[in-house]
Write a protein that binds this ligand. Structure first.
Ligand code: SF4
Ligand code: SF4
Length: 146
């Protein structure tokens, strides 16, 4: 069935694949939503678009896009306990506190993609929504999502 989010002629859709097997489809009680396409309505039987991702769920440990080169810094609030706990990681820039990247990776990101300070990570990281708009953008920037 034609996918109105990615009509025929734009090319790139995976053949014989539908939205049913895509990790971006969020089934709902009444309608399903596509997290990749700004929570637009989607149906399982629609033809897949190029962003189709055949994963059972978004696996942050094999991704870590948001902690890698997708973003360059993490903003940290002045009252965030992280400032007191890890002052060596926080810098003031343009009047704001930030935790800049060491190269392309967050300084807290370990080789296995786990955060060394996960239990007391900044509020910005706690609020980051897996599957949210910034997650989609991060994965696009590192080439994990079309
Ligand atoms: S990203 Fe594409 S294939 Fe996946 S649910 Fe959305 S429209 Fe369907
Ligand atoms: S970009 Fe999304 S899926 Fe990837 S690590 Fe961050 S929250 Fe998880």
């Amino acid at each position: 069935m034609v996918n109105p989010l990615w009509p025929p002629g734009r090319g790139g859709a995976a053949p014989d694949t539908t939205c049913a097997s895509c990790v971006w489809r969020r089934p709902g009680k009444v309608v399903d939503r596509c997290l990749r396409h700004r929570r637009a309505r989607v149906r399982a039987e629609w033809a897949a678009c190029p962003a189709h991702t055949a994963e059972a769920s978004l696996d942050c440990l094999s991704c870590a896009a948001c902690c890698r080169e997708a973003y360059h810094t993490v903003e940290v609030g002045r009252r965030d306990p992280f400032v007191r706990l890890h002052p060596e990681l926080v810098r003031e820039q343009d009047g704001r506190l930030q935790m800049p990247r060491a190269g392309t990776r967050c300084p807290c990101l370990q080789a296995d993609n786990r955060c060394v300070h996960y239990e007391d990570r900044p509020r910005t990281c706690r609020d980051f929504e897996r599957g949210g708009a910034n997650c989609v953008e991060a994965r696009r920037r590192v080439g994990l999502t079309a």
